[in-house]
Design a protein around this ligand. Structure first.
Ligand code: ATP
Ligand code: MG
Length: 403
């Protein structure tokens, strides 16, 4: 079937009352952004509570895949459109019925199905109302296909044929799923602590899905971690950027801080203390760039540094904003499922070590006490740590990832 347009469905953002246009405009902007990277000519318009994409010379699969990365879209309906004639008139009823029959024949090779026709008239120039027109089209479909098993079911049809009389005539029935969520740019910005693992890209995706722009920070430990480990994080940021459009990635050289903690602190507390400094630095960067929260891929009990006691100790250093942990109650398999869905998994499992896996203690504390951790930091790190943090932030390498 040769489609000419897409009708875009969006659920939640339809509910936003007076602010609705903000959400629709953000959605249009995001749609235009992803279509810019597709072959073809597209026109995106917002008319009377609907978003339409007119499409010419386009690749269907590529276009649908791109639209499936736009948060806010719940359904993508490929449509056939018929232009008005030279006098600006919609087709005669007879031609309209024929167009729907052709559409049906093209989309459904198997016609042993139940159906219903739904007509929406914005242009009311037809002599019939929507019900009458629907009945007329339905009768013509039956006439054409009842010998092949086609039947009407007005309550639970397998196929709902939509016919919309607007500026043009639109016919559509299939609804391909969109990702849901809210359009990027309708919430604010948050700082994702992005490691090379499975969890943090998923955490970033989930928060972004609520319309939140993402900035990211990666703590790098050269020469203990390789250039490939860093590239892996850049690639993961690129996967998130496919959805969010733009990710500013901070690469913080964490080696000196990590070595200093390693030299001075009890080794079973190394991961917790290191994590606290990651959080502190992320908090400072986030504050500077107008973020309203940090995001991590932590999940209760997944590893020693993510017991509830550990989470208390690491979260405690963040003073300026909330820490969002969207995976907090997820099992690993649930996280892996999302990672696969967003095509991050293959990259996440590449075997390059990140800074958390080097210098790791054999028996890390699983129930750290905040007062003890704070005391050890004060006793052991106060001489140089502030300076090391300052230098780490000053030498921040910023990579702009655009999609
Ligand atoms: P992930 O799969 O996201 O790496 P993980 O299961 O390996 O998570 P941890 O290594 O304990 O868990 O890390 C917990 C969280 O801390 C990560 O999800 C991430 O948000 C953050 N984090 C850990 N290491 C780094 C790093 N090197 N750079 C940036 N953030 C990090
Ligand atoms: Mg990790």
């Amino acid at each position: 079937m040769q489609y000419h347009a897409f009708v875009i469905k969006y659920a939640e953002i339809g509910l936003k009352g007076k602010n609705r246009y903000i959400f629709e405009d953000a959605l249009v902007k995001q749609i235009k952004r992803v279509l810019a990277r597709c072959d073809g000519e597209f026109g995106v318009s917002k008319v009377a509570g609907r978003i339409y994409i007119e499409a010419e010379k386009f690749d269907f699969d590529e276009t649908v895949s791109a639209l499936q990365t736009v948060f806010g879209i719940t359904g993508i309906c490929p449509a056939v459109t018929i232009e008005r004639n030279g006098e600006g008139k919609l087709p005669e009823v007879e031609d309209l019925c024929k167009a729907v029959v052709d559409f049906f024949a093209g989309v459904y090779p198997d016609r042993n199905k139940t159906f219903k026709v739904k007509v929406r008239r914005v242009d009311k120039s037809y002599p019939m109302d929507s019900m009458e027109l629907g009945a007329e089209i339905g009768a013509k479909l039956l006439e054409a296909f009842d010998s092949e098993g086609l039947k009407v079911d007005v309550h639970e049809p397998q196929i709902l044929v939509n016919v919309e009389l607007r500026e043009k005539l639109n016919i559509f029935s299939e609804i391909l799923p969109g990702p849901g969520g809210m359009p990027i740019g309708t919430a604010g910005k948050a700082m994702l602590l992005l490691s090379g693992g499975i969890d943090s890209p998923v955490a970033g995706y989930m928060v972004a899905k609520r319309g939140v722009e993402i900035e990211a920070v990666y703590f790098n430990a050269p020469p203990y971690t390789s250039e490939k480990a860093k590239q892996k994080v850049v690639d993961l940021a690129g996967i998130i950027a496919k959805y969010t459009g733009n990710v500013k990635l901070h690469v913080i050289n964490f080696t000196d801080i990590q070595m200093y903690i390693y030299e001075k602190c009890p080794h079973d507390e190394l991961t917790i203390i290191m994590r606290r400094y990651m959080m502190k630095i992320a908090d400072i960067l986030a504050n500077r760039s107008g973020c309203m929260g940090l995001i991590t891929g932590e999940s209760i009990g997944q590893v020693a540094s993510q017991t509830m006691q550990s989470l208390m100790c690491t979260g405690e250093v963040v003073k300026d904003m909330p820490v969002y942990r969207p995976l907090i109650a997820f099992d690993k398999q649930d996280i892996v499922d999302i990672s696969l869905k967003i095509d991050a998994y293959e990259t996440s499992i590449l075997p390059y070590e990140d800074c958390c896996t080097i210098f790791v203690a054999k028996h890390p504390v699983t129930k750290p006490r905040l007062d003890v951790i704070e005391r050890h930091e004060q006793e052991n790190l106060s001489e140089k740590i502030d300076e090391l943090v300052r230098v780490a932030i000053e030498t921040d390498e910023v990579i702009d990832i655009k999609k």
